[in-house]
Design a protein around this ligand. Structure first.
Ligand code: PLP
Length: 435
């Protein structure tokens, strides 16, 4: 069947509830190389679990340090209460982007995996649920986190509500001021939302004393969150993207995609996703990267935060105040304050070590994209597919469009649509000059 004939066939690939992945894929076990271990934040030695047991819920700490079965078992079962909640919104649908294909008059098939319809509007609920569950198991009272545009804070607020935890969120100031809707959403869900840099922590006060107009950053927000957790024994940290556990939890995306492509009767030639810390992309590509017929995997980042395309690979801290273990990653420096672009979820100086290692070992191809073109790609997607992507996700869409514009023999291109853009309309209006 030609691509043109195929276009007349199935649009949507839907799995049943009992096909929700019951296990996460623990990719590190299958990698053909070792990932360098985390180092202590300030001392010249390896980081140990007991150095950071005040910081993370215990299971998250074990995953992060690859302890026990995380060092050996490629499959980690999803705890039953988490799985039960997954089945309330997963499997997410895989859709054939026929409108976009026709518009581009492309010889290629384009699909998108819809994480935009999850509770909270992005992929982040997939890991928020697991993190809140593990914290509740430990008897933690309050989770503390940082959020950029607010997708992570919103997802975590939903998850905390589900497992009876309190939540405090340091929200990057630029988004706090310019995206009041997500701030309101988190407060509706019962979270305490603090503009970062704030005067409630030493870190925040230092930043504000130097620059009263600081727009904030995820690195600064994380440093504030960590400082608060350090001073409150009943508090623990939750991280949306800069951790191995978040990436591992996101493998439900890739595992479902694999099953859905099999249903569609095609193999993936190109996988594209956007990268902030790297969790949705890594979870999306994980089941595909170690095979012999590995697709071209494109990690799309903003040209103004070019961590993977222009950053250095070295040990660095995940936060601005150097309190986290040092991790081996591509980084622009932990004191890099990204320009205030509209894709808040991508304003991050580093990329998680698992993704950084995949790039370093040539399994992933990073590409950087300019904001104006990214937003135009989002607009085109809205017009052709009727779906408004998050500005973050529009980076992936632009990467896919560029691939689809290449000629050659028909290929299958799959986009991870990490979130919706209904609370980002002001950003679209500004960049697209909608008046
Ligand atoms: C947070 C976010 C991202 C970036 O985070 P990753 O950890 O790189 O996945 C991308 N898209 C959306 C919609 C987000 O909310």
């Amino acid at each position: 069947m030609t691509i043109a004939e195929e276009r007349a066939t199935a649009n949507r690939f839907v799995l049943s509830e009992d096909e929700v992945p019951q296990r996460w894929y623990n990719l590190v076990v299958d990698l053909p190389y070792e990932i360098e271990p985390p180092l202590h934040s300030t001392e010249e030695r390896l980081a140990l679990e007991e150095d950071y047991d005040w910081l993370w819920p215990s299971e998250c700490l074990r995953i992060e340090f690859l302890k026990g079965r995380y060092a050996t078992d490629p499959w980690i079962e999803v705890p039953e209460p988490v799985l039960r909640t997954y089945t309330r919104y997963r499997p997410s649908t895989l859709v054939r982007a026929k409108g976009l294909e026709e518009y581009l008059d492309s010889p290629h098939r384009i699909f998108y995996k819809r994480e935009d319809l999850n509770p909270g509007g992005s992929h982040k609920f997939n890991t928020a649920l697991a993190q809140a569950y593990y914290a509740a198991q430990d008897g933690v009272e309050t989770l503390v986190t940082d959020t950029g545009a607010g997708q992570w804070g919103t997802a975590l607020a939903l998850a905390c509500a589900a497992f009876g935890l309190k939540l405090k969120v340091f929200m990057v100031r630029k988004s706090f001021d310019e995206k009041p809707y997500r701030r309101n959403l988190m407060r509706m869900l019962g979270a305490e939302v603090i503009s970062s840099p704030s005067r409630t922590t030493g870190t925040g006060r230092d930043v504000l004393d130097k620059d009263p107009d600081s727009p904030g950053s995820l690195g600064i927000g994380m440093a504030e969150a960590i400082e608060l957790v350090r001073s409150e024994p009943s508090h623990r940290l939750a991280l949306g993207c800069m951790s191995y556990y978040a990436a591992m939890h996101q493998t439900v995306i890739g595992l479902e995609t694999q099953a859905q492509l099999a249903q569609a009767g095609v193999g993936a030639d190109v996988l594209v996703g956007c990268v902030g810390g790297g969790s949705n992309f890594t979870g999306f590509v994980a089941p595909f990267v170690t095979g012999s017929d590995r697709p071209l995997c494109i990690a799309a980042e903003p040209a103004s935060v070019p961590t993977l395309t222009q950053g250095e690979f070295r040990y660095d801290w995940a936060d601005y105040e150097r309190q986290t273990p040092r991790i081996p990653m591509y980084t622009l420096g932990s004191d890099f304050v990204p320009p205030p672009i509209h894709s808040g979820g991508l304003r991050y100086h580093g990329k998680t070590p698992i993704l950084s290692s995949l790039v370093k070992n040539g399994l992933i191809t990073p590409r950087a994209f300019e904001q104006q073109k990214v937003f135009e790609a989002g607009q085109l997607f809205l017009r052709t597919e009727g779906v408004l992507p998050a500005p973050e996700s529009s980076h992936a869409i632009l990467a896919a469009i560029e691939e689809a514009r290449r000629g050659g023999k028909p290929r299958t291109i799959v986009i991870c649509l990490s979130g919706h853009g209904y609370l980002d309309l002001q950003g679209y209006a500004d960049v697209l000059d909608l008046g």
